[in-house]
Design a protein around this ligand. Structure first.
Ligand code: A3P
Length: 322
């Protein structure tokens, strides 16, 4: 949908009136746009990005659902893509800046306060991240033959639990109180916010259609073998590790610096905030485990999600072990 010039507020309000709205389990207002439930205050930056973002062929877009490994992926891709600038990993900016400061979100950082920011001064390769579903991405990202997308997702049960506790840490005192866990889970299974399974499936299909353009990663696979995945990301980006780099142990070094244990314990990530002081740096590093959902959700809840996945992912080849 196009934003008309000159009447932005009028157009925005008119559009808003036509869209379905509801309250999320975290107490925030949601609006349904292009098939997905977005936080209401996300809509304006999304529309601005759809209208103004210009993709460069060398751009790297990290696309994720919230709480799926975004912070980790930002740290890894930043380190891989900038390793010629910071050959000594112990001088990496990651040691003094939260990964979200180094890799901005398209919708939260670039377009949150500005309708059309100048992004031309950012050196190549520009690395941006987003939670925007594939069908709502600025068209130019998909149309550019060279610009790369890396998607990471996670077992939806762990993603839900991670999200729930992230909200409790960050919003509970400022916004309305979230619903109880079981009510929130019920909404989650009904596709609110999200629907997350559709978000994953669209990127999965795009990866199958064009694996050179879209790399599809799972959090669990990175936990299982980070070195293999660091190598895979570098190859996908067209910056493969040389034999010399491998022999020097650079893959292991990058994996170590970006590891949960290392990032969580850095002073910069224990203190401070991102997103205009809204979100605590420390809240991005909770447990970093696979299967933490078993501590909070019943087998019946897990079974419900498993059935949903079987239906939604049927025939696609996408699945998560529960
Ligand atoms: P948990 O809440 O399960 O611990 P996002 O970065 O998309 O917001 O996701 C946050 C989740 O990723 C949190 O999961 C967080 O602990 C975990 N995480 C953050 N950094 C990580 C890292 N370097 N390695 C592994 N997991 C990490």
């Amino acid at each position: 949908m196009e934003i008309k010039e000159g009447t932005k507020d009028e157009f925005f309000n008119e559009l808003l009136q036509k869209l379905e709205q509801m309250t999320n389990w975290d107490g925030r207002k949601l609006v349904k746009y292009q098939g997905f439930w977005f936080p209401l205050n996300y809509l304006r930056p999304l529309l601005s990005a759809q209208k103004h973002f210009k993709a460069n062929d060398s751009d790297i877009i990290l696309s994720t659902l919230p709480k799926s490994g975004t912070t980790w992926l930002k740290a890894l891709v930043f380190s891989i893509a900038n390793r010629s600038i910071y050959p000594n990993i112990d001088q990496s900016p990651l040691l003094t800046s939260n990964p979200h400061k180094l890799v901005p979100f398209i919708e939260f950082d670039l377009y949150w306060n500005e309708e059309n920011p100048d992004l031309t001064h950012i050196p190549s390769p520009r690395i941006f991240s987003t939670h925007i579903p594939l069908n709502a991405l600025p068209n130019c990202i998909l149309e550019s033959s060279e610009c790369k997308i890396i998607y990471i997702c996670r077992n939806p049960l762990d993603q839900f639990i991670s999200h729930y506790y992230f909200v409790l840490q960050n919003f509970v005192s400022k916004d309305a109180a979230p619903l109880e866990l079981d009510e929130a889970f019920d909404m989650f299974c009904q596709g609110v916010p999200g629907p997350v399974l559709e978000h994953m499936l669209a990127y999965w299909n795009a990866h199958l259609e064009n694996p050179r353009k879209v790399l599809f990663l799972k959090y669990e696979d990175l936990k299982d073998n980070i070195g293999f995945n660091v190598k895979k990301i570098a190859e996908f980006l067209g910056f493969p590790f040389s034999l010399e780099e491998e022999e020097q142990g650079l893959i292991d070094e990058i994996s170590r610096v970006c590891s949960f244990g290392n990032l969580k314990n850095l002073e910069v990530n224990k203190n401070g905030y991102v997103m205009d002081g809204l979100l605590k740096n420390s809240s991005y590093f909770r447990k970093g485990e696979v299967g933490d959902w078993t501590n909070y959700l019943t087998p019946a809840m897990a079974e419900r999600m498993k059935k949903l996945m079987e239906i939604k992912f049927q025939g696609s080849g996408l699945m998560f072990n529960i």
